[in-house]
Design a protein around this ligand. Structure first.
Ligand code: SF4
Length: 158
């Protein structure tokens, strides 16, 4: 049985979702430098919330997974669980040099990264740590990817 107005409601929700991105942040063994820069993006100076970008506490309601750190042995399982909990379409942003290359932690037996060995990565934000404006550029690219995934029949499912 069809629900009156369901199509309009769905369209509004889709349009609202297209313009906003809810981020889930995961620290995979970072030194906290990248985390501080990411949180700085949410302060009044950069104020990304006015663009609809919001830090979300639950992966089940997030679109974008921001990962900092080289992925340690202790964090790998939680990372994989969180990635699995985020619904498709989803985008992964590697914040800083650690998730991209393991940076200064490369070669340690406690490191299981880089990040793309564990989960697919869509956007890399370089730097140690990256500046807030670089992170915002990365998130903007992630939003573009998200829109492209939503436009595909499989919804970006990989
Ligand atoms: S990239 Fe640099 S600042 Fe970021 S977590 Fe790694 S060592 Fe720390």
């Amino acid at each position: 049985m069809s629900v009156p107005g369901k199509g309009i409601l769905f369209s509004l929700v889709e349009r609202a979702r297209r313009r906003s991105a809810w981020l889930f942040h995961f620290n995979a063994g970072a030194c906290n430098g990248c985390d501080i820069e990411l949180i700085t993006c949410l302060t009044p100076r950069y104020d990304v919330e006015q663009l609809g970008i919001k830090l979300e506490g639950s992966p089940r309601q997030a679109d974008v997974l921001c990962v900092s750190g080289p992925v340690t042995r202790a964090t790998r399982e939680a990372l994989e669980t969180i990635y699995g909990q985020i619904p498709f379409p989803k985008v992964v942003v590697a914040i800083g040099s650690c998730p991209a290359t393991c940076n200064v932690f490369a070669g340690s037996p406690m490191i299981e990264g880089p990040l793309d060995r564990i989960i697919p990565v869509d956007v890399y934000v370089p730097g140690c740590p990256p500046r807030p404006h670089q992170i915002i550029e990365g998130i903007a690219e992630a939003i573009e990817r998200l829109a492209a995934y939503r436009a595909t029949p499989a919804g970006g499912e990989r």
